[in-house]
Unconditional design. Structure first.
Length: 130
């Protein structure tokens, strides 16, 4: 079974496009922090800049989705029970979205395996090559 982080992360980005929504970034931060992790590891795991990381950590901490544990003069960030509930709901929503059929316009323009690249290119430019 794939990890929660993998389920939420890059694969989801490929399905939706390049831009991530705030709710997804929060889920990535929480999934990365499940076992307890340092701030910089969250930053790399969720692919955030330092400024973005601080903004999302503030939101997660204020909403009690994350907790800070002090160990050996280090701050360890760990997902709380409330954070786990958020992740479970996020996964349910994601699964619901996966079952939504594609719009007819999207399926019309998806390439078939036997089409030549120039045909696909021309069709995508709204000029159908016969």
């Amino acid at each position: 079974m794939e990890s929660l982080k993998a389920y939420i992360g890059k694969k989801f980005l490929q399905e939706l496009g390049e831009r991530r929504e705030k709710y997804q970034i929060i889920a990535e931060v929480l999934a990365t922090s499940e076992e307890g992790i340092l701030k910089t590891q969250i930053m790399y795991g969720a692919s955030l800049s330092f400024t973005q990381l601080n903004d999302y950590l503030d939101v997660a901490l204020k909403n009690k989705l994350l907790q800070i544990i002090h160990e050996n003069d280090k701050e360890i960030y760990k997902t709380t029970k409330k954070g786990h509930k958020y992740l479970k709901r996020f996964i349910k929503i994601k699964k619901l979205l996966e079952t939504v059929p594609k719009k007819e316009s999207e399926s019309k323009h998806s390439p078939t395996s036997d089409e030549k690249p120039e045909t696909i290119y021309m069709r995508n430019r709204c000029i159908i090559k016969k």
